[in-house]
Design a protein around this ligand. Structure first.
Ligand code: BT5
Length: 271
């Protein structure tokens, strides 16, 4: 992976600071040049009493994290990498919706830059079959109650030779033109905050209706899949839907099974 970050404009800190009418209220944004992982930074802030709506954005992460100890890599100045601290009042049993809700919101935000994306259950945003964004939601027990750290990485300006894995893509590659990272960040934060607030309020984006909306945006549903489970077994079948708990429904030899995101190592298209 090579990097030519010098040519890339930095995030527009002035636009992200203070009361910017472009941004929904209840978002407090801090931009830092480099740190290991925004999720780790926000988890620490959550323990120290950080408020709901705190956002830490990094120009570069030196140890970006994926699920299950996997890594998330992007060259400096090419991506939007941030973590948002939420202190949901929704019972924690409903929290498995948080990564799905976030992916759904990021998917919607990408339409604002002119791209048709889709969500791959549970936590990827794809363009075609390539991953353009990843989501890592972690639950932290804090003195003020459980908190959620919602981490999002979006590949914005990576060029082909900078992609960390062959099945990745970036907004710039897909659109064939540079994309303003601050625009993407503002759109993503607003979309996530809006989806989260609606979910908390128990409106349209809740339970059954959220499952329906998510399923409609989910490229996994309707496909033959192979789900790698933590015990090393593989569940092969047709993904037929999302249940009200946010689990993927897989039908295999006439048997319906619901798998939860926490129980899944990988979901692959069937060969
Ligand atoms: C994810 O994990 O996709 C979650 C990624 C979350 C990253 C954000 S960035 C801000 C915040 N702070 C953090 O430390 N993390 C969050 P997972 O589904 O486990 O996918 C990880 C896999 O994606 C890796 O094993 C690679 O195969 C691939 N990968 C790594 N970097 C990538 C990139 N930039 N684009 C596409 N795929 C990538």
């Amino acid at each position: 992976m090579t990097s030519d970050s010098g040519a890339r404009p930095p995030l527009d800190k002035a636009r992200l600071a203070g009361a910017n009418p472009e941004l929904l209220p209840d978002l407090t944004i801090e931009v830092v040049d480099e740190l290991p992982s925004t999720n780790a930074a926000v988890a620490q802030r959550a323990l120290e009493g950080g408020p709901d709506g705190l956002v830490v954005v990094a120009e570069h992460q030196s140890a970006g994290r994926g699920r299950l100890d996997r890594t998330w890599e992007t060259p400096p100045g090419t991506a939007v990498t941030f973590s948002l601290l939420l202190r949901p009042t929704t019972p924690t049993r409903a929290w498995p919706w948080l990564p799905l809700l976030t992916g759904y919101a990021v998917d919607k935000a990408l339409t604002s830059v002119g791209l048709e994306a889709g969500v791959k259950w549970p936590n990827d945003v794809l363009i075609g079959d390539k991953k353009v964004a990843g989501i890592l939601v972690e639950r932290i027990e804090t003195p003020d109650g459980p908190a959620a750290v919602v981490g999002v990485g979006i590949n914005v300006g990576l060029r082909s030779d900078e992609l960390p894995v062959p099945h990745a893509t970036s907004l710039e590659i897909e659109l064939g033109r540079p994309v303003d990272r601050t625009d993407v960040l503002v759109a993503a934060l607003n979309a996530i905050r809006e989806a989260f607030d609606a979910w908390e309020a128990g409106g349209d984006l809740n339970g059954m209706r959220l499952a329906d909306s998510y399923a409609a945006a989910c490229v996994t549903v309707g496909r033959d899949v192979q789900v790698d489970l933590p015990d090393g077994s593989v569940l092969a079948g047709r993904a037929t839907g999302i249940d009200p708990a946010g689990q993927l429904i897989v039908e295999s030899y006439g048997v319906r099974r619901a798998v939860s995101a926490g129980d899944v190592v990988h979901v692959r298209a069937a060969e």
